[in-house]
Design a protein around this ligand. Structure first.
Ligand SMILES: [Zn+2]
Length: 336
């Protein structure tokens, strides 16, 4: 016996079953290569490209640090004299630790990919026609619930293919990457804050990173293995798996995060930097966290500042100056 819903499902199936990725065309960013870099599965690229981005960006900043150019001094958050006076780790120590950390992370990532993911997906690629049809089916169900069967069928018959195209190629990636970024930021804020508020964890895990009171670019991943390996790996796994990202979205997110970490530790507050249009989580924001007075503030990383704003731990440059002035005034009163 056929019910009205079953009849509707048959109509929906016939509409979406006609969608073809080739017929609808591909967006500007699409590459039909099975592997983005031939010979290197995209899953392995997700492990390697963040490291490449990290060191390429770091080398550019290292060249700037060594350049002796006076015009860049006005962009430094703290001076080079501050760095040589306050930092408790040398550049060689930092490089050695970061190399070890990244090797450890790559091994953990490879183990995860080998034992917990369907290996076939890596080599078979994605059937975009099947995925577009899944999106079409989702749209039919959603439109039916929202506007009723007749309207939904009409919309799908007239504009369903275009809608499925936009949702599949644009809205879907934006939503997954945005949700991944929020998960990552939420995890990082609370984990980072815990590292500062539990004395044992600060002393034995996070203090290593804070040997750099004046950070420099490649100090971004100068971390204890528990923090840089295990905790960061968990945040990446959560952000990419909970949102069911495609492999190339994982490559994009993890590479951007590694690059952003370098920018946050570079020590230069560029007034014109496009990243500063996106978020107030910039080099100055994070460098304040590395200062003695800012250690209990600005825990947010790597993208936004929302958790610091919500939890009252946000400290701007002006707030920092006010805090220092208040402490100075207090000391003066005590000494009188
Ligand atoms: Zn910290």
């Amino acid at each position: 016996m056929s019910t009205p819903m079953m009849a509707f499902n048959q109509t929906a199936a016939s509409i979406v079953s006609s969608y073809s990725a080739d017929a609808l065309g591909y967006p500007w960013y699409h590459s039909d290569r099975l592997q983005f870099i031939p010979g290197c599965p995209d899953s392995r690229l997700a492990l390697a490209l963040p490291i490449v981005a990290y060191w390429v960006t770091s080398l550019i900043y290292h060249a700037l640090d060594c350049s002796g150019w006076k015009w860049i001094d006005k962009y430094r958050v703290q001076t080079t004299e501050d760095a040589s006076k306050k930092n408790l780790a040398t550049r060689t120590m930092v490089i050695t630790t970061v190399f070890k950390m990244q090797a450890f992370q790559a091994v953990l990532g490879a183990i995860w990919q080998i034992f917990f993911k369907n290996k076939n997906v890596i080599f078979k690629g994605i059937n975009h026609t099947v995925e577009l049809q899944k999106v079409g089916t989702f749209l039919v169900k959603w439109l039916t619930k929202a506007a009723g069967e007749k309207v939904a069928t009409g919309i799908m018959a007239d504009h369903g293919a275009e809608l499925a195209y936009v949702v599949y190629w644009y809205a879907g990636p934006v939503v997954r990457l945005g949700a991944g970024a929020l998960i990552l930021d939420t995890y990082q804020y609370w984990f980072h804050r815990t590292l500062h508020t539990v004395p044992f964890l600060y002393k034995h895990v996070h203090q290593l990173h804070h040997r750099l009171y004046v950070p420099f670019a490649y100090g971004s991943q100068y971390n204890h293995p528990i923090e840089g390996g295990v905790a960061d790996a968990i945040s990446g796994i959560l952000a990419t798996n909970l949102t069911r990202m495609y492999e190339r979205e994982v490559v994009l997110l993890l590479t951007f995060i590694a690059y952003k970490g370098v920018e946050d530790h570079c020590g230069y507050q560029w007034t014109w930097h496009p990243l500063r249009w996106l978020s107030a989580n910039d080099a100055e924001f994070h460098e304040i966290h590395h200062m003695h007075a800012g250690l209990k503030y600005n825990f947010s990383q790597p993208l936004f500042v929302m958790w610091d704003k919500v939890m009252g731990t946000y400290l701007s440059r002006q707030d920092l100056e006010d805090l220092k002035a208040a402490k100075k005034a207090k000391r003066k009163i005590k000494s009188q």
